[in-house]
Design a protein around this ligand. Sequence first.
Ligand code: ADP
Length: 449
Amino acid sequence: MLHKVLIANRGEIAVRIIRACKDLGIGTVAVYSEPDREAMHARLADDSICIGPASSALSYLNIPAIMTAAGLTDCDAIHPGYGFLAENAGFAEIVIESGYTWVGPSPESMRIMGDKVSAKQRMKQASVPLVPGSDGAVADAEEARRVAHLAGFPIIIKASAGGGGRGMKVVHSEPRLASAFSMCQSEAKAAFGDDTVYVEKFLEEPRHVEVQVLGDSHGNVVHLYERECSIQRNNQKVLEEAPSPFVSEETRQKICAAGVAAAKSVNYVGAGTVEFLMNPDQSFYFIEMNTRIQVEHPVSEWITGIDLIEWQLRVADGEPLAFNQSQIKRKGHAIECRINAEHPFKFTPSPGKVELYHAPGGRSVRVDSALYTGYTIPPYYDSMVAKIITHARSRKKCIRRMQRAIDELAVLGVTTNQELHKRLLANPDFQRGDFNIHFLESWLKQLPR
Ligand code: ADP
């Protein structure tokens, strides 16, 4: 068993990982930036070490400082959480070469999936369905035009090295293609240092459905079913649930099998997510794989009873999975609401001192947060400060339970998006499960302010 884990992250995910380590009897080391001195993760860990000033580049992304902290505290493993260095294959390599256990997949799996063109090529070999398009890199506008005519307009030009919803251009008709192509290329070069782009058919009303996978170092890969993540704004998820209210049992089996095939094709070890876009007719296509734990992992944990962070730690340590696919049963429905310190409808950030924090509780309510009364939310990092997760036998009951939990939440002193969740949960289309990835943004436009 691992002895002591350094958590190279902050906020709720660092707290989540510290808690999992404590449950397993593993020691913990937190790293923090100067303004995070009083942060919950720094307070809860057995040891905590300052790794730099506010700027992430000089602290949470500061590899030499993190490695020094690991050395000083006698750790044997590093967990990267999500964001920051979690998908940095170079960092994973340094961790491994320095003799630590990397709580994540191999740098090679990360590299293949981190580059969208190489990921698509691997998926093609594994017979995972791809959005019709170029599959490989597209060299120039002329080639893009040929692909567009085969796939049909509208198309989307995407940067191979892109991420976080950046580096994409939608083109509705041929006259705009050449200029969009060169713009996408030069933006990709500037943002990611790589101007490789490819072309896909642009799906007009897709859902975002993703499959949670878990692999060990003995060649076993299982799935923990799908998550519905279509409630998004600016490509940022706002509310997630499992299972998807839209997916039929037949499609569920197919998409989950595709997720497992995708993971197996890169010898995946650890927790990962295979993302798909799904058309109204339930045809689905691979878009990318995230080679890390995700924000929305608790909904999958709740419907399956499997602790994903625990299993990340166990498989990183070489343990085989203790269950096979047929032993993973799905039970009930789970929803997660992301609580952000921001204006609920203008989306302007609202950092500052939390004068009072009261978390919801009661039956089947889970809160993952790093908030406490008196904490000052710094302005430098992500605005997500809490996740509320509820579970119930049915989706309808789960929504009602979430409404109750959101009502109980009190965060005074700063503004949160609590009111957005209240209105969303009461929306009849949401309640019917009738939405796609454009739903939230178009609903927000119609809302009376
Ligand atoms: P990133 O790595 O930047 O998140 P993705 O490839 O996952 O990039 O795409 C992000 C989002 O962009 C998707 O969730 C979807 O909303 C939209 N998108 C990407 N590809 C397509 C497509 N072919 N058709 C329609 N929407 C797309």
